[in-house]
Design a protein around this ligand. Structure first.
Ligand code: DAH
Length: 381
């Protein structure tokens, strides 16, 4: 008998058994079935099956969550490959190293494939996120509508700039004022007819909403710091009906200069300079005698119409001149009441209606527009 014949006879004594890996042959040389001789080919087939299934699952995993589930199903504690390893005890001792090597190779292969797919999915996710979050830097930015200075404020800052340039400081006086500062100390005693001209909002017998900024002169003089060079802008109140040129609330800018040896020429020079800076270097000025109780002599200053240059037009109502302020030399009695020696000190004062300047400068024909807060109007300045 040759070897093949012996093998053939022996094979006849072998029996077969069904296991979870398929049918396995039990060697006739192992009658106690201590070693379940696993068919090597069968394990190989099983591993190929797992390989194909794993490849399909991994390739079909469209996100990281599904990929992780595949990892658990194939490599996890209860995974398919682990089941094969657990079955190693059923493998013939001489086949174990080989089977072990095959299982390890497959494990490495699956791990590699999982890792590659993971990287691919991550970079795809990153690219998708970047594509979604792309910023078009060439798009114009969203702008919040921004407000800007009111024409009144623009005119005020222009006036402040001019007077600060002449060495004046800007001070503020109270809007709720004592009768004394608004009238009395400005040479307008209780029975003075000038008081009737200013329809006043009284709070009580003594307090009122100031009708003019001139009271700021008195506050400044009372401080006792001389010389004085100040302007004082602010809100004033008069019981007036609203129309194109009147409002119960409006603004004035007061001016006061006190020093030794101040003359009417200083007043004229200062206010001429002011008018030229505000309305243009060609502007001419004219002083007309007037009366204010707190100045003596007093005047009103007109500027040549900057629209027609003085020839007369609709803007200046054919006059060629436009009145812009009241002024005068501070009355000695006013100085005295504020404890300033009128023999040593002289001064001049002036008062400008702020709205009037803004209306002229921006050629606005109705004062009501200034208070309506209509952005179509305001955005023009
Ligand atoms: N206070 C005056 C008014 O409201 C304006 C004025 C005129 C102020 C002459 C002055 C001045 O300081 O000297 O009509």
């Amino acid at each position: 008998m040759n070897y093949a014949e012996i093998q053939y006879i022996l094979l006849k004594f072998d029996s077969y058994r069904e296991t979870k890996f398929g049918t396995i042959r039990i060697s006739a040389f192992d009658p106690d079935n201590i070693i379940f001789r696993r068919d090597f080919k069968m394990i190989k087939e099983k591993l190929d099956e797992i390989r194909a299934a794993a490849r399909k699952r991994i390739e079909g995993s469209l996100d990281l969550e599904k990929l992780n589930a595949a990892r658990v199903d194939f490599l996890g504690k209860k995974g398919e490959l682990t089941a094969v390893l657990k079955g190693m005890k059923d493998v013939a001792a001489e086949d174990r190293p080989k089977v072990g090597q095959m299982v390890n190779e497959l494990r490495e292969e699956i791990e590699r494939s999982l890792e590659e797919t993971k990287k691919r999915l991550e970079s795809a996710a990153m690219e998708a996120a970047m594509a979604k979050e792309t910023i078009d830097v060439t798009l114009p930015a969203k702008r919040r509508p921004m407000g800007h200075r009111h024409p009144n404020q623009i005119a005020l800052e222009e006036m402040e700039r001019i007077f600060i340039g002449l060495g004046y400081e800007v001070v503020e006086g109270p809007e709720v004022e004592k009768d004394y500062y608004n009238f009395e100390a400005l040479n307008i005693p209780a029975d003075h007819p000038a008081k009737d001209e200013q329809d006043t909002f009284y709070i009580n017998g003594e307090m009122l909403l100031r009708t003019q900024t001139s009271g700021a002169q008195v506050h400044e003089m009372e401080k006792g710091r001389l010389p004085i060079r100040m302007i004082s802008p602010g809100r004033v109140y008069r019981s007036d009906e609203v129309d194109a040129t009147h409002s119960p609330v409006f603004h004035q800018v007061e001016g006061l200069l006190i020093d030794e040896q101040v003359t009417f020429s200083d007043l004229k020079g200062t206010l001429t300079q002011f008018a030229k800076e505000l309305f243009g270097a060609d502007t001419r000025v004219k002083f007309r005698p007037h009366h204010f109780p707190f100045t003596e002599p007093s005047a009103e200053m007109d500027v040549s119409c900057f629209k027609c240059g003085g020839k007369g037009c609709r803007f200046c109502k054919g006059e060629g001149w436009i009145e812009i302020l009241g002024c005068g030399m501070v009355h000695p009695h006013v100085l005295e009441m504020s404890k300033i020696d009128p023999l040593k000190y002289k001064g001049f004062a002036f008062g400008v209606g702020l709205e009037r300047i803004a209306l002229l400068k921006y050629e606005i024909d109705d004062m009501r527009l200034m208070y309506e807060n209509d952005v179509r109007f305001l955005s023009q300045f």
